[in-house]
Design a protein around this ligand. Structure first.
Ligand code: F6R
Length: 609
């Protein structure tokens, strides 16, 4: 989603800002731009890639000591040049006085826009952002920090902004509420960014600004003012994880690379879990885990499907009720509150606006105990939750979640087993068996990845289809949902997932010989019932593409295509079965020639609701 990078330095800052934009590209964007101070404010914008913006800059000799840059993911107004950031506001002489970039959504922008229009301000975009630039200009009295401070008090919604001003060339002001913003400390130069990774190579000294903070950035100082207007000292973190996206070679796309990284990142995520010690989840986890009588999971997208899988695991291992809710729904309803429930928020980024808001809402409603399962240790979600468990997937660049999803599943299985042990639901022998199976998970994934050539053959057939159905039962139903999501977001094929038992309650009407039906067929207690569902599809001429366990006894026949998965421990089955579905989506998208790592209309971190 949108990204910000800005700097105040004594050198030409354009290369650093452009490098920052490149590092933010993975988040997804549809336009980009940069503004610098060079005895006046100048900007360049593009509705193509950052590389096109770079070409414009190379051609124009654009330079400056301070500046702001942005990648935009359209919310208010389409992806056209007038809506791309930075936005300017002009002084009475018609000179550009303010340049501003913004992440987030201003909910009361129409009201402010009407007011500013009546005062004579001219709007050249349809964005909510331009009102902030004009508002700051309107309130400007010679001190940029004061103007921003007054302006943000008028805004409702969520924002992170970076602002520069023509009359204060060595200064940049930032503010955040509801959207992430970090300040970076350099030597004789200082920075702002929406994501510490954007500053990689410039600095690893990072201040994570808190809700309501304003920040006054100058060449040799950074001053943070809290929401009450008081100067505060915020902690400086040394962020080693600011390394940019790793080399792609020998892979063609980050999605493919990240699918193949799964054995390694799963092994990393499992480190320290051998004893199923509650301490892995934070201080006090042991006491909290003993007290809780239910779990309420909040998440979005793939993280939500990970939560759905966890419901099956935890209810059967621990015997306590688990409810799973889409965060964007939960945050706006009046749910019954059980103060003895653990609220579990799951997120790769830890910055997803709806998940963060849902967790905050749960706290406001009186939930006392919360846990975040997250891939980013310094994220707002981890800071908000009482307990946390970090997946160790590393930076995920591909918009479609792959290694983040399987590491979430591993973390959730560890949680289920830890709760089961702590609450006396596991015999030492069962514990040994499960831990042993977990230890073998990376090797089992390696064997699944060897199926790639067979899956590629299927993908060439799928690439010619416009619809697909995914079926699973029990704890493989969420995996079917995840498989359908992967296929639709990367290849743009319409895909739906159903619990196989639901087929004859409606979706069977869709089945014709043109409809590929992907079926997850593990050898478990539901296999017999699943086989009956498969017959229902075959009887209507539907083409079955079955991922079966080695011992599921599903043989290929006319209309029944089968790929056998190597033998594995039953509890791990969802983690293993999702990997071929990721490969199927990847290779189908490859065959259709889509922008696999940056699917249209999508963003990596959804930091607006
Ligand atoms: C799908 C995908 C999204 C994310 C969702 C939540 O492949 O990546 O559905 O899972 O936007 O993101 P996080 O996990 O960062 O909260």
């Amino acid at each position: 989603m949108c990204g910000i990078v800005g700097a105040v330095t004594g050198r030409n800052i354009v290369p650093v800002l452009m490098q920052g934009l490149q590092r933010l590209e993975y988040r997804g964007y549809d336009s980009c731009g940069i503004a610098v101070h060079d005895q006046g404010l100048f900007r360049a914008r593009s509705i193509a890639r950052v590389s096109e913006l770079q070409a414009q800059i190379d051609a124009s000799g654009f330079a400056g000591n301070s500046g702001i840059a942005h990648t935009r993911w359209a919310t208010h107004g389409g992806p056209v040049i007038d809506n791309a950031h930075p936005h300017f506001s002009l002084d009475r002489q018609g000179d550009r006085r303010i340049a501003l970039v913004h992440n987030g959504i201003i909910e009361n922008y129409e009201l402010i826009r009407t007011e500013l229009k009546s005062l004579g301000y001219l709007f050249e975009s349809q964005t909510d952002t331009e009102v902030i630039a004009h508002l700051i200009n309107h309130l400007y009295d010679g001190d940029l920090l004061h103007a921003v401070e007054k302006a943000v008090k008028r805004l409702t919604g969520a924002f992170a902004i970076a602002v520069i001003c023509k009359s204060e060339p060595h200064r940049m002001v930032g503010a955040r509420l509801g959207c992430p913003l970090v300040a970076g400390l350099g030597h004789g130069e200082n920075f702002l960014a929406s994501d510490a990774m954007a500053l990689s190579g410039a600095t690893d000294q990072i201040i994570y600004l808190e809700e309501g903070d304003l920040v006054d950035v100058r060449q040799t100082s950074i001053r943070v003012v809290d929401r009450n207007g008081i100067s505060v000292n915020r902690k400086i973190d040394t962020v080693s994880a600011t390394a940019g996206p790793a080399e792609l070679a020998p892979f063609r796309h980050y999605m493919q690379k990240e699918i193949f990284e799964q054995p390694g990142v799963l092994a990393d995520t499992l480190i320290g879990s051998e004893n199923l010690d509650a301490g892995m989840f934070g201080a006090g986890a042991s006491e909290i885990f003993k007290q809780i009588n239910a779990i309420r999971i909040l998440a979005c997208g793939s993280s939500y499907y990970a939560g759905m899988t966890a419901k099956y695991w935890i209810e059967s291992l621990v015997g306590i009720p688990v409810s799973v809710e889409v965060a964007s729904e939960y945050r706006y309803r009046e749910p019954a509150v059980n103060p003895h429930a653990l609220v579990l928020a799951i997120s790769q980024s830890g910055e997803t606006a709806d998940t963060l808001a849902a967790l905050k809402y749960a706290h406001q409603l009186g939930h006392r105990h919360s846990l975040a399962i997250c891939n980013v240790g310094v994220s707002a979600l981890v800071r908000e939750a009482e307990l946390s468990f970090l997946t160790r997937a590393g930076i995920e660049i591909g918009v479609a979640s792959t290694k983040a999803f399987t590491t979430q599943l591993a973390a959730l299985l560890i949680l289920g087993l830890t709760l089961a042990k702590l609450r006396g639901h596991l015999t030492p022998e069962q514990q040994r068996l499960h831990v042993d199976a977990l230890r073998h998970l990376p090797a089992a994934i390696c064997r699944i990845l060897e199926l790639e050539p067979q899956i590629m053959a299927w993908a060439s057939l799928f690439a010619r289809k416009e619809n697909a159905l995914f079926l699973g039962r029990g704890l493989h139903y969420p995996i079917a949902l995840e498989g359908a999501l992967k296929l639709k977001e990367t290849s743009y094929i319409h895909a739906e997932a159903y619990p196989a038992g639901e087929l004859k309650h409606g979706p069977l009407a869709l089945v014709t010989e043109d409809m590929p039906v992907v079926t997850i067929a593990p050898n478990n207690s539901l296999l017999g019932k699943l086989k009956s569902n498969m017959q229902e599809v075959r009887a209507r001429g539907g083409q079955l593409y079955v991922f079966a366990d080695a011992d599921s006894m599903v043989a290929p026949s006319d209309g029944m295509h089968v790929i056998q998965l190597p033998e594995h421990h039953g509890l791990l089955s969802p983690i293993l079965h999702v990997v071929p579905l990721q490969l199927l989506a990847y290779h189908t998208a490859l065959a259709r020639g889509t922008d696999i790592d940056k699917p249209r209309n999508l963003a990596k971190s959804v930091t607006v609701e």
